[in-house]
Every structure is written in structure tokens, then in C-alpha cells.
Design a protein around this ligand. Structure first.
Ligand code: HPA
Length: 276
């Protein structure tokens, strides 16, 4: 496919201005001037939006400045505006750009910066990931308590020193646990991917304090903090990480675990959004 020039690829472009333009596109196309909460749907979470409330507008991601089509099956490609029963406006982003696509970190965090520019104060980041804790089973959702960014990259440019303490808000995790007190949590390690980790890398992640391995979220969380948003992170454990489970990993397995878990995690996510 012919790759058109992308507004974020010129280093002279201000990524926050592009996000402002994208937010204006969303306001115009949805008819909703301000959103309260933004939600990024990772693999397995695709249907989770449906129970949150009434979808008042669905946009193709390509209609919004700076967004691209998702690279992969299992990712949705749409942006929706949802009205919850208690009157909150939720921006549901089904179009995540992954770091492994190689388009640079500005494109990865554009959705988060756009969400902030639409007015969202809370960023809910979800993903499908591998689990390191042997007490976990595929299909189980867990809260992200912190992260280890193994991409050696950052969405921050220049001398922008930002505190990342309590990045995954303990206040929001407590609220989530009012809905499901059994929710476990763990430290998310973002690897670059797109290959899955080697068993040795999983052991390294475990040794340095990680419990969840995946290919998204950490860079987005940093950008969300920079934008002043409060962050809630959920991982759907689609498989035990390489070497923890004895069978080889496959994208098919990840998708299937997501499909099977869908009804349960959709219900969970909708109820959690309801208490935020
Ligand atoms: N590792 C990295 N990313 C993933 C995994 C995994 O085991 N499962 C789903 N996404």
C-alpha cells in the first residue's frame, strides 16, 4: 500500500498541535464537544465497549487526523463516542498504533494525546498480555500496578522530566476493586516485539520485578501522565509467558483467549467505567 506522508513524521511538527486538530475532528464528527473518559481497547477487549452505554457515534480511525488503520487482525480500527447511563462521555479508541509497527513513538501516543485534547481526565488502557505469575490462568483480567519500560524509548522529547510515581492510579485501582475485589495486579513490562519474548527474557522480566509481558501500554501511560490524565490499566492474561507455559505461543491462541474471555471482561469493564 502507498504510504502517504503522515503529519507526525516531520520532526518540525508539534505533536500536541496534531492532537488538538484530531480532537477537533472528533468533536465535529461525533457532535460531542468534550469527553470525560478515554478507553483504549487492546486485543481481547474489542467488544468490551458495547456494554458501557449507548454508542452515539462511530468513526473510522482514518477520518481523524494522525490516526492509522490498525496493522493487525484482532484490533478494531474504529473510534466511538459512548454515552453512559449516568451521563458520562466515553471516547473508545479501537485503533492502537503499536511501537513494533516502526512508525515512531509519536504515532504510538497520538491517541492518548488526542484523548487528553478531547477533555478526557481519565485514560483507561487495556491490552492482551502474557502472565508470569503461575497463579494466573488465560482469560483472567488483572490490574496494572506499575510498569517497566523495556523499549529504551520515551514519548517525551527533550529535557522533559516527569514524575511517574503512582502512574497507574491507586485511587482508580481501588475503585476497580469495588466492582471486583478479586482483581489481582502486577507490574507490566513493555517489550518492543513483535516477536514474543524468549523464556530467558521472561525470566529476566520476572527477576527485575515484572509480572506481565506485552508490547504496548507503557509508552502510552507516560504520555497520558504528561498530559495530566489519571490512568487505569488492565491486562487480559491471554497466555502464560514463554517458558512459564510449556507450549509454544501463537497469535491465534492470544485471539482465542480474548474471544472466550470477552463476555466476562466486557461486563467487568463496563461496571468499572460506571464507578469512575
Ligand atoms: N508476550 C507479549 N505480548 C503478548 C503476549 C506475550 O506473552 N501475549 C499477548 N501479548
Amino acid at each position: 500500500m502507498h504510504e502517504e506522508t503522515h503529519p507526525l513524521d516531520d520532526p518540525a511538527t508539534d505533536p500536541f498541535e496534531v492532537a488538538q486538530t484530531a480532537a477537533a475532528d472528533i468533536a465535529r464528527l461525533t457532535g460531542v464537544a468534550q469527553h470525560d473518559i478515554a478507553l483504549t481497547l487492546g486485543s481481547g477487549w474489542g467488544k468490551a465497549a458495547e456494554l458501557i452505554g449507548e454508542t452515539t457515534a462511530t468513526l473510522d480511525a482514518t477520518e481523524v487526523t494522525g490516526f492509522s488503520k490498525p496493522a493487525l487482525a484482532g484490533h478494531v480500527g474504529s473510534i466511538r463516542s459512548i454515552l453512559t447511563p449516568d451521563g458520562k462521555r466515553v471516547l473508545v479508541i479501537g485503533a492502537r498504533t503499536h511501537y513494533y509497527e516502526g512508525h515512531g513513538v509519536r504515532r504510538v501516543v497520538h491517541s492518548v494525546r488526542t484523548a487528553a485534547a478531547t477533555g478526557a481526565k481519565i485514560m483507561v488502557l487495556t491490552n492482551g498480555a502474557g502472565g508470569i505469575k503461575t497463579s494466573w490462568t488465560p482469560g483472567q483480567p488483572v490490574l496494572i500496578s506499575d510498569h517497566i519500560n523495556l523499549t529504551a524509548d520515551s514519548p517525551l522529547e527533550g529535557a522533559t522530566f516527569i514524575d511517574l510515581t503512582d502512574l497507574y492510579s491507586s485511587r482508580l485501582r481501588e475503585l476497580a476493586r469495588t466492582v471486583d475485589p478479586t482483581l489481582d495486579d502486577g507490574v507490566y513490562c513493555q517489550f518492543r516485539g513483535p516477536h514474543y519474548e524468549t523464556p530467558a527474557e521472561v525470566q529476566m522480566a520476572k527477576t527485575i520485578g515484572g509480572h506481565i509481558v506485552g508490547m504496548s501500554t507503557a509508552l502510552e501511560a507516560i504520555a497520558a501522565r504528561q498530559a495530566g490524565m489519571e490512568i487505569l490499566g488492565f491486562s487480559l492474561i491471554t497466555n502464560l509467558a514463554a517458558g512459564i507455559q510449556t507450549t509454544p505461543l501463537s497469535h491465534q491462541e492470544v485471539l482465542e483467549a480474548g474471544r472466550e474471555a470477552e463476555p466476562v471482561i466486557s461486563d467487568l469493564l463496563a461496571r468499572v467505567i460506571g464507578v469512575l
